[in-house]
Design a protein around this ligand. Structure first.
Ligand code: ADP
Ligand code: MG
Length: 347
C-alpha cells in the first residue's frame, strides 16, 4: 500500500542521485546498450532516463509499480548469486510514491507501446501509444508530497554533482555501452561505446590526465590468505576454511602528479557493482602514504573480482556499502597491489 511504499522510499530514495542509480540499474538489467539521462534542477525538478532495452508489455508495465513484483528473482538461490543488479522489486513503487512519474515503454516485438502516469502513488493514466522500442522514465518533482524529505535535498549544484559522479561510475563500469548525461544548460557526459575500461577512462579524463594513470593487475588465491587470527577460546576446527578461488584486481591508479581535493574520483567496483567502502578507501590511503599528501586523493578506477561468497554487496539497498568475508586479506591485497604498481612506475 501507499504507506509501505513511502516507508520503502525512505530506504531506497534519499536524493536525486539515488533515483538515478535505481533507474540506471533497471536500464542495464534490461540489456540496454544506449542510456540517455536528462536532469533539471539537479534532478529535483526532473530526472528522465531513456534506454533501448527490452522494454515492457502493458501487463509488466503495470506490475512494475506493484511492491515486490520484480521480474528478476527466479529462485531463492538467486539471492546468493545475484546476476541482475536490481532484485528487490521496490525501486519503482517507492519512487512513484514520492514523485510524479511517467513510464513510456515498448518491447521490440510489440506493435504498440504503453504510457503509465502515476502521481504520488496514484495511478492517473494507462494508455497505448506509438513509441520507440525501449523505456523512458520521467520522474518529476521528487518528494513533492513529503515536504519533510524535500527539505533534505541540497542545492541544485550539489545534487547535480552527485548525479554526475554516479553516471560517470556506471559509464566507467560499462565501457561498451553508450551513456549521456545532460542538464538543462549543459552536456555533462557524452560517452559513446568503446572497447574497454582504459579507453573509457581516456574518454572521461582526457589525454593529459589519462597519461598520468598507471595500470594495476594482480591476482591472489584466497587460500593463501591463511586462517584468521584465532582467539584462544575457539578451536581452529570451528572456523570455516577459506573459499577456494582467487581475488583479482584490475584497473588504473594515478601517478602522484594527478591529485584531487576530494574522493569523488575514486571509482571502485566489487564484482561489477559500484561500492564506496571505508576498508578499500583505507587501503588506498595506505598505498599512497608518503606518495601524495594526506589532504589529497588519487584518481582511481579499480575492479575487484572475487567468488560471490567472499563479498556481500547487499548490506543496504541504497547505499554502496559491502561486507567482505576476509576483510584483512582484501585490505592488504588492495594496498599491496596498488603500492607495487606505484613503485614499479617510478622513473
Ligand atoms: P527490480 O529492479 O528490483 O526488479 P524495480 O522496482 O526497480 O524492481 O523494477 C520493477 C520491474 O520493472 C523490474 O523487475 C522490470 O521488470 C521492470 N523494469 C523497470 N525498469 C525497466 C526498464 N528500464 N526496462 C525494462 N523493464 C524495466
Ligand atoms: Mg530495480
Amino acid at each position: 500500500d501507499q504507506v509501505a511504499n513511502q516507508i520503502a522510499a525512505g530506504e531506497v530514495v534519499e536524493r536525486p542521485a539515488s533515483v538515478v542509480k535505481e533507474l540506471l540499474e533497471n536500464s542495464l538489467d534490461a540489456g540496454s546498450t544506449r542510456i540517455r539521462i536528462e536532469v533539471e534542477g539537479g534532478g529535483r525538478k526532473l530526472i528522465r532516463i531513456a534506454d533501448n532495452g527490452h522494454g515492457m508489455g502493458r501487463d509488466d508495465a503495470l506490475l512494475a509499480f506493484e511492491r515486490h513484483a520484480t521480474s528478476k528473482l527466479r529462485s531463492s538461490d538467486d539471492l546468493l548469486t545475484i546476476a541482475t543488479l536490481g532484485f528487490r522489486g521496490e525501486a519503482l513503487p517507492s519512487i512513484a510514491s514520492v514523485a510524479r512519474v511517467q513510464l513510456e515503454t515498448r518491447a521490440p516485438d510489440d506493435e504498440v507501446g504503453t504510457v503509465v502516469e502515476i502521481n504520488g502513488g496514484n495511478m492517473l493514466r494507462v494508455e497505448d501509444a506509438g513509441l520507440p522500442a525501449g523505456t523512458t522514465l520521467s520522474v518529476r518533482d521528487l518528494f513533492f508530497n513529503t515536504p519533510a524529505r524535500k527539505k533534505f535535498m541540497r542545492s541544485e549544484q550539489t545534487e547535480l554533482g552527485h548525479v554526475a559522479a554516479l553516471v560517470t561510475h556506471y559509464a566507467l563500469a560499462h565501457p561498451q555501452k553508450h551513456f549521456e548525461l545532460h542538464s538543462a544548460t549543459q552536456s555533462l557526459l557524452v560517452a559513446p561505446a568503446v572497447a574497454d575500461a582504459g579507453e573509457r577512462l581516456f574518454q572521461i579524463l582526457g589525454r593529459d590526465a589519462f597519461e598520468a594513470m598507471i595500470p594495476v593487475a594482480a591476482e591472489q588465491d584466497f587460500a593463501r590468505a591463511g586462517l584468521p587470527e584465532l582467539p584462544p577460546w575457539k578451536r581452529p576446527e570451528d572456523y570455516e576454511a577459506p573459499e577456494p578461488g582467487a581475488m583479482r584486481i584490475t584497473g588504473f591508479v594515478s601517478k602522484p602528479e594527478l591529485q584531487k581535493l576530494n574522493r569523488n574520483s575514486v571509482y571502485v567496483f566489487a564484482n561489477g557493482r559500484l561500492i564506496r567502502d571505508r576498508l578499500i578507501l583505507h587501503a588506498l590511503t595506505e598505498a599512497y602514504r608518503n606518495i601524495i599528501p594526506p589532504t589529497s586523493f588519487p584518481v582511481v578506477l579499480l575492479f575487484l573480482e572475487m567468488p560471490p561468497a567472499e563479498v556481500d554487496v547487499n548490506v543496504h539497498p541504497a547505499k554502496t556499502e559491502v561486507r567482505f568475508r576476509q576483510n584483512a586479506f582484501v585490505h592488504d591485497f588492495v594496498r599491496d597491489s596498488v603500492r607495487t604498481a606505484l613503485m614499479n612506475a617510478r622513473p
